[in-house]
Design a protein around this ligand. Structure first.
Ligand code: S3P
Length: 435
């Protein structure tokens, strides 16, 4: 599907966005292995989170869904049933990597498959710890989906995460729920902690230990065989989806935008600090805690920005926002440099390559580095024929770039946005006449 996007004169008004993708996956998966019903309000309507629901149904879980309202009828730690066929994670790396942790502890065999993009994404990162815990997992060429998971009685381990990945951390903690004893994970830098918060809400027993000499790391320990109980939960709106409209408002002079009910978990909200640090006028007038997750309204006004550097732990904290921040970089005074981001090469696409490719299509100069990119500032945005390469965040990042173009742009493969944000094009059409 192709979309046409016109330049916008201002991005103003008030928005409510779909539920957070990362939190939705976790509530659904933990709900399935908890006892009794879990009612989830504002569940992500994105395709990835529907893939998770499809897999849970195939594992014998009754799931009711009415738009963003979802009820998961949990069957307890030992209640999943052997699936009759393959479990299809479609485009969702989060589904395959996190659910594998639960499947590793089951007394049956399952097979997880995905679409063409998922089939190219590395799985050793979860196969290694799950293998150490006693599961037998086979993969195509030893590393790619489909994954054949022969569940087993698991034993607890301590695992030092070699890469900062919340998906891998979650996979190990989920597997730890099925092991007798204490399973622990140490992260090299702090990644999103939705799993830890959600497990606590459902009744799991977790402890946190700081690591001497490394304030950005910590050890998380989960006790095996907890009694998890179904809950009523509200998912905040997705800050990673809000990022596209925050950047749109910062790109288009005269903008003044409010985005309500956004998830502001401190392990995700580095985006706001980074933007503010460059000079963005951002305010959060109210902040509340819902099921252990912070949420609030974000007010943003168009602001001239200085530019900045994203590296180290900041790269991990901003990993999903880097394509749209690279777009923003071209409009700043000093540009944006991204380092330590080789993880971007193994997302839904190689996001360093697909970002630089689209930047060049709009006449923006950008240098590709092995682990990042450099986008000089003060550049002009030309109208362009963009390509999503089937990646939702690339589709949305460059649709936003088109709002500042000097004419009408097009986006091929625009349907990719629906993986995390099905209403994206309708929302954009409020300002950019996307059709
Ligand atoms: C996610 C973690 C991140 C992120 C992905 C969602 C999660 O992936 O890019 O969109 O829900 O835990 P990694 O864990 O591979 O960094």
């Amino acid at each position: 599907m192709q979309k046409r996007i016109s330049p916008a004169s201002a991005i103003s008004g008030s928005l409510t966005l779909p539920g957070d993708k990362a939190i939705s996956h976790r509530y659904a998966m933990i709900g399935a292995i908890a006892e009794g019903a879990t009612r989830i309000h504002n569940y992500s309507t994105g395709g990835d989170c529907q893939s998770t629901l499809g897999c849970l149904r195939a594992l014998g879980i009754e799931v009711e869904r009415d738009g963003a309202e979802v009820v998961i009828h949990g069957r307890g730690l030992d209640g999943l049933r052997e699936p009759a066929g393959d479990l299809d994670a479609e485009n969702s790396g989060t589904t395959i990597r996190m659910l594998a942790g639960i499947l590793a502890g089951q007394p049956f065999r399952s097979r997880m498959v995905g679409d063409e993009s998922l089939t190219r994404r590395p799985m050793q990162r979860i196969m290694t710890p799950l293998g150490q815990m006693g599961a037998d997992i086979r993969a195509r060429e030893g590393k790619f989906p489909p994954l054949e998971i022969h569940g087993a009685p698991l034993h607890p381990i301590h695992y030092d995460l070699p890469v900062p990945s919340a998906q891998v951390k979650t996979c190990v903690l989920f597997a730890g729920l099925f092991a007798e004893g204490q399973t622990s994970v140490t992260e090299p830098v702090r990644t999103r902690d939705h799993t830890e918060i959600a497990l606590g809400e459902f009744g799991a027993d977790l402890t946190f230990t700081s690591i001497p000499g490394n304030i950005s790391s910590r050890k998380i320990t989960v006790a095996g065989r907890p009694r998890l109980t179904g809950r009523e939960l509200v998912v905040p709106s997705d800050l990673s989806s809000a990022a596209f409209f925050l950047v749109a408002a910062l790109l288009v002079p005269g903008s003044e935008l409010s985005i309500r009910g956004v998830g502001l978990n401190p392990t995700r909200s580095a985006l706001l600090d980074f933007l503010s640090g460059m000079g963005a006028k951002i305010r959060i007038p109210d902040l509340e805690s819902v099921n252990g997750e912070l949420m609030g309204e974000i007010l943003v006004e168009y602001s001239p920005l200085r530019g900045g550097i994203i590296d180290g732990g900041l790269t991990a904290a901003l990993i999903d926002e880097i394509p749209v921040l690279a777009v923003l970089g071209a409009a700043t005074r000093d540009g944006i440099t991204v380092r330590d981001a080789s993880e971007l090469r193994i997302k839904e696409t190689d996001r360093i390559r697909t970002t630089v490719d689209n930047l060049r299509r709009m006449g923006v100069e950008a240098e590709e580095l092995p682990d990042g990119l450099v986008v000089p500032g003060r550049q002009k945005f030309r109208a362009a024929q963009f390509e999503s390469f089937g990646d939702h965040r690339i589709a949305m990042a460059f649709a936003v770039a088109a709002l500042r173009g000097d004419g009408e742009s097009t986006m091929d493969g625009a349907e990719a946005a629906s993986v995390s944000f099905p209403g994206f094009w309708d929302t954009l059409a409020l300002w950019g006449q996307a059709n």
